[in-house]
Ligand binder design. Structure first.
Ligand code: GDP
Length: 453
């Protein structure tokens, strides 16, 4: 078994950098390049101990850096093997040099995600937990990180295993019928089987549905701010961007001056679409036309429709009300500081009166957004949220297989035909936790990790 090594901290200069090794013989390799201040035989050093000393060049013994080394002994480590982490100064040159010394002393360069892959292959975590680690590292918002932590703690795995247990119980009954049809085993009750499968399908559909929340946590609530000229669209956008609680973050692949901006309200991500349009007066409803407004509204998860409360309702305002009729939307009556003149022609539930100028009603607007998406409850809610598209696809496939099994029962097909679909469902679920998954898929999943994780 080889010892693997990698720099685990992000590239670039920083206060501290970490070089990490894992493998049965990693302490022997460490001994060749590390001089601890107080000498102990490696075998005497307990796990979860930190030792202070110097890393030196293997050949000319020149000191490279002053370091702290953490020791983790098998099986109580991230990978379940012997591990050590060399905490050195975070300069690129120092880190590279220490890495080179480890390699020269006998370690080999780790592949991307190899530490976590070992944790999976050695049975400390399952596949969905490993994937939650990537999701956690890549989280862009607090809530997404929270959902990933739940995955890391194994909540999804527990749920999937419970469902699989139920299916296996049912399969056991069915198998008896297939294997020993000549025996006088009571015929499986088709109606009982159907009820069990339908319950399981319901549980899986709930999980599948949670992906919509998961997607929002990951990508943000796609929000469009629409309204006729001068109602305060760009003022609201600027206010949201400036508010302390609205942390602006870059979206992968886009830059700040393009058309999307991600902000957070109480940890909930909003992706404001067409911000360029909002800032550019060319986006005014009269010049862009109803079609463009409709298009933006169609792309959005949420529409914030702004009206000038101090004016009579206009023709454009009525267009907007028409466009948002069947969409998740919040009507914002702005400029309430100038008095309220507007009368809406229809009864609408989600109305907030605000003044961007005096900040009146802004908290209520945020509260409304959170309530509309039920996301505020994630923290207290015990239910699992699927954030990973691979998991979602596997759940969708398993539901499809169950549907086939259920219609097979309705058509009174032979049990061995029905059982093919049930086994298919089991296999799909098994691929989530990694119980039956091909090496190719495993390699593909771990290659998405960063080096040193
Ligand atoms: P947009 O064309 O919809 O983006 O509107 P703007 O954000 O550019 O705002 C138009 C004008 O209304 C600006 O002069 C703002 O200062 C003003 N305004 C925005 N919100 C308020 C408000 O709540 N009260 C008052 N009195 N003026 C506001």
């Amino acid at each position: 078994m080889s010892v693997i090594v990698a720099i685990s901290t992000a590239p670039g200069n920083s206060g501290i950098g970490i070089v990490r090794m894992s493998g049965k013989e990693c302490f022997e390799i460490l001994d060749k390049i590390f001089m601890p201040k107080t000498k102990n035989k490696t075998g005497e050093i307990k796990g979860y101990t930190i030792k202070y000393g110097y890393v030196h060049d293997l050949n000319n013994k020149e000191i490279i850096d002053e370091v702290l080394v953490s020791y983790f002994k098998e099986p109580k480590s991230y990978t379940t093997e012997n591990m050590c982490e060399i905490n050195c100064h975070g300069g690129t040159v120092v880190l590279k040099k220490i890495l080179e010394q480890c390699i020269e002393a006998g370690a080999r360069m780790a592949e991307a995600g190899e530490f976590t892959k070992l944790a999976f292959l050695n049975g400390r975590i399952d596949l969905s937990q490993a994937e939650s680690i990537i999701d956690l590292i890549n989280s862009k918002t607090e809530k997404e990180a929270k959902a990933s932590i739940k995955g890391l703690e194994g909540e999804l795995s527990i749920k999937i295993n419970q469902v699989r247990e139920k299916i296996l119980d049912l399969m056991a009954d069915i198998e008896v019928n297939i294997d020993y049809p000549e025996y006088d085993v009571p015929e499986i009750s088709y109606s009982k089987e159907k009820t069990v499968l339908e319950n399981i399908k319901g549980e899986l559909e709930k999980l599948e549905k949670s992906f919509e929340t998961g997607r929002i946590l990951k990508e943000g609530i796609k929000t469009a701010i629409i309204g006729r000229p001068n109602v305060g669209k760009s003022s609201l956008l600027n206010l949201m961007l400036k508010e302390e609680r609205a942390i602006v973050s870059d979206i992968e692949g886009t830059t700040r001056d393009t058309i999307e901006e991600m902000i957070q309200i109480e940890g909930i991500p909003l992706k404001i679409i067409d911000t360029a349009g909002i800032r550019d007066t060319a986006d005014e409803i009269e010049s862009i036309g109803v079609d463009k407004a409709k298009k933006i509204a169609n792309e959005a998860d949420l529409i914030i429709a702004i009206f000038d409360a101090s004016k009579e309702i206009s023709k454009e305002d009525k267009y907007i009300l028409e466009i948002i009729k069947n969409k998740k939307s919040i009507i914002v009556l702005n400029k309430i500081d100038l008095g309220k003149k507007i009368k809406l022609p229809i009864k609408i539930n989600n109305i907030v009166e605000i003044s961007i100028k005096t900040k009146q009603g802004i908290d209520e607007l945020y509260k409304n957004i959170i309530e509309l998406f039920n996301i505020g409850e994630i923290e207290s809610d015990q239910s699992i949220i699927i954030t990973n598209i691979r998991h979602k696809n596997k759940i969708t496939n398993s539901i499809e297989a169950l549907k086939k099994a259920i219609s097979g029962i309705e058509e009174k097909l032979p049990v061995d035909i029905i059982s093919i679909n049930i086994i298919q469902c089991l296999n799909e679920l098994g691929e989530i936790t990694g119980d039956n998954v091909s090496e190719d898929i495993i390699n593909k999943i771990f290659s998405k990790f960063c080096l040193g994780k």
